[in-house]
Design a protein around this ligand. Structure first.
Ligand SMILES: Nc1ncnc2c1ncn2[C@@H]1O[C@H](COP(=O)(O)OP(=O)(O)OP(=O)(O)O)[C@@H](O)[C@H]1O
Ligand SMILES: [Mg+2]
Length: 331
């Protein structure tokens, strides 16, 4: 692509004392794309966003946003970006409308211009009815939508969203997703961070998987999924002893498979194995269980999730899966 990337980071490093928050971050975001930085707690997502939005100095490397060098031309960068942080920036005591007017004024709009802009954004994010209530009384989803609107007051070319839906209930999350999709549809480049694999899958054209301050994998959701060896077979057993037996058995048939050993979710009594060749693998699994006299409660072939991707890339799950999942012993 010959267009200037919306974001380009080359070997960016940032340490906090001994902690390497960014440890050679490489990132290229195409203009108009929705690009997700996906990673667990402490992966460096917020630090990356802070560096790219000029809020945080970095130790080495190069970063450009909207064609401008973050270090040499921070004002040019700031004029072209919006940011919705991990911790909300709107004022609880002001109404939604007042918040947006304040942001407009901060960005140099005159009073009438700021009011017009606020009204347009309130409409766009379906906040008109709530516009004159204090933001402190908004629901989680309304608040996040107001955050998004605040980040858009000056019509930025690149919008950074740090964990836009963390802590939201499923309904509010869906509302925010719809708002982000609409933005992207209008041509704004969106860089969002998330720990939710499903969120990256739903929203992003491209996903950079972050771990320990660097990108460990990148691609579309489908590319990342196919990298882990395609589909998986999940077998649910009737009890803990059966689960252990099934894990040992299935380790035998998948030994040597590129995508690795079976994974066991003990609490759910589930064993999951890679199944690049769906039907052959399914037949082998069912036959092996049957020969051993094991009666599964359920056997299902499924598309891999991004959780599988993370497990395969790092050998460990995200916080959400570590609790219930362990890799089955020797294959
Ligand atoms: N101001 C700071 N001082 C010291 N260490 C910091 C600071 N900010 C971040 N860190 C450390 O840098 C690493 C990366 O943190 P960062 O906040 O960028 O991760 P993150 O991916 O945003 O995590 P989370 O999902 O929890 O928001 C972590 O080990 C963190 O403890
Ligand atoms: Mg963070």
């Amino acid at each position: 692509m010959s267009q200037t990337p919306a974001v380009r980071a080359v070997q960016v490093r940032r340490a906090y004392g001994p902690v390497r928050a960014l440890d050679g971050l490489d990132l290229t975001v195409a203009p108009g794309a929705v690009h997700a930085l996906l990673g667990p707690n402490g992966a460096g997502k917020t630090t990356a966003v802070e560096v790219l939005t000029t809020l945080r100095a970095f130790d080495a490397g190069r970063a450009e946003v909207a064609g401008f060098d973050v270090r040499r031309a921070p004002d040019e960068v700031r004029a072209r970006i919006g940011l919705t942080g991990q911790y909300a920036s709107v004022d609880d005591l002001l109404t939604g409308r007042e918040n947006l007017v304040v942001f407009g004024r901060l960005h140099g709009l005159d009073r009438a211009g700021a009011r017009r802009r606020a009204a347009g954004l309130l409409e766009r994010f379906r906040l008109t009815d709530a516009a004159d209530r204090p933001a402190g009384r908004y629901s989680g989803g309304m608040r996040r939508r107001l955050d998004l609107a605040a980040g858009l007051v000056h019509a930025p070319r690149v919008l950074f969203l740090d964990e836009p839906t963390t802590g939201l209930d499923p309904r509010s999350r869906t509302e925010v997703w719809a708002a982000v999709r609409e933005l992207a549809g209008g041509g704004t480049t969106v860089v969002l961070t998330t720990q939710y694999l499903e969120e990256a899958d739903r929203l992003a054209d491209r996903i950079s998987v972050l771990d320990a301050g660097r990108v460990i994998a990148e691609g579309s959701a489908d590319e990342l999924k196919s990298r882990v060896g395609g589909d998986r077979i999940d077998v649910v057993l009737g009890g803990p002893a059966d689960t252990d037996r099934a894990a040992a058995l299935l380790a035998g048939i998948t030994a040597g498979a590129a995508a690795g050993a079976p994974r066991v979710a003990a609490a759910e009594r589930r064993v999951s194995v890679p199944a690049a060749d769906r039907m052959a693998a399914l037949t082998a699994v069912v036959r092996a269980l049957d020969d051993a006299g094991l009666r599964p409660v359920d056997v299902a072939v499924r598309r891999p999730t991004l959780d599988d991707v993370f497990l395969d890339l790092t050998g460990r799950g995200t916080a959400a899966t570590i609790a219930t999942t362990a890799t089955a012993g020797a294959a």
